[in-house]
Design a protein around this ligand. Sequence first.
Ligand SMILES: *Cc1c(COP(=O)(O)O)cnc(C)c1O
Length: 380
Amino acid sequence: MGLSKTIWATPTEYLRHHSPDHPVLFFSPAILQATARRFIKGFPGLVTYAVKSNPDETVLANLVAAGVKGFDVASPVEMDTIARIAPGAHLHYNNPVRSRSEIRHAVAMGVASYSVDSHSELVKLGELVPANGVEISVRFTLPVEGAAYNFGAKFGASVEKAVDLLTLTEQLGFTPSLTFHPGTQCTDPRAWDSYIRAAADIAKAAGVKIARLNVGGGFPSHRLNEVMPQLEATFDLIARVTKEAFGPDAPKLVCEPGRGLVAESYSLATRVKAIRDDAHVFLNDGVYGALSELHLVGVIDRIGVFGPFATPRTGTSVMRTVFGPTCDSLDKLPSDLAFPADMEEEDHVMFYGMGAYSVATATKFNGFGQITLETVQTHR
Ligand SMILES: *Cc1c(COP(=O)(O)O)cnc(C)c1O
């Protein structure tokens, strides 16, 4: 082990010392491990992590340290990363569309759990993957709401088709399971209720006893001040509805959160470049950087504004339109934000809950996006 990096108490301590002119992401390993333990303690089954939401190797190592034993991997690169950082962890290859060479890679890595949502991809797996002890989960979708955007638009078989796919999965000798993803940032737990009952109907119609039910990601993070995610209540609902719907044939449960596990462990410091003609706020990061997801999932209003020496601004709120630094006119946050009226140029604007789909998708478009990463004990 080399020298350990500086661990700052909070982002404001860092801002006081450095007053950075580039965006900074702050990672709290303690908060990530606490969230992981909350999932492991509360979720009534196996907790796996959807690597795409934040594949940073320090994140992965901290999840392993907290006891996460399975990972949802979508590509050979993600498989190789997990094999290196978490040797022996379960790899769940739940990207339902794969090339033949990707499947061969997975077989060589010992992947024993796949998902499908189409006949052609199931036949392909049947040709390339020895069935012995290997699980295939049929992924289905329902037209239910509750999430920030519709995942079913790309993936998931209809209920009728899922019945056929489940039957064929069993005939091919694979261990039959079911899976769904209710949609990311799913703040309405009733979505899981509908999906779990539909899963029981699919298994019954196919006459197949499923080994496991993977209830997806979709667990929301705390993005808006007034909408607090109800994690434990959702876990309890999942356990109760599974018992009710399946009775004595209840499958083992799996979840594969990305956002819900990792979001709260990061915050982002941006800097006010300009307040143009006392109206528009221009920040040094935007939708091509760590805020890339906001125009898909909606704005984050858990923010804090800090003036010189990281002193919090406390003025009354004014709503302002917010732009990122690039010359692209799309580089604008999807909703106005409330900022303290005494905010000035060169202040720092902190966004909280920034761990998911931020580092993973940031670009360096137009010469911006030089984001650095610092470690903190906690965020405020
Ligand atoms: C992206 C993804 C997840 C994680 O979704 P979150 O909304 O971040 O929890 C889980 N499972 C699959 C198959 C995914 O593609």
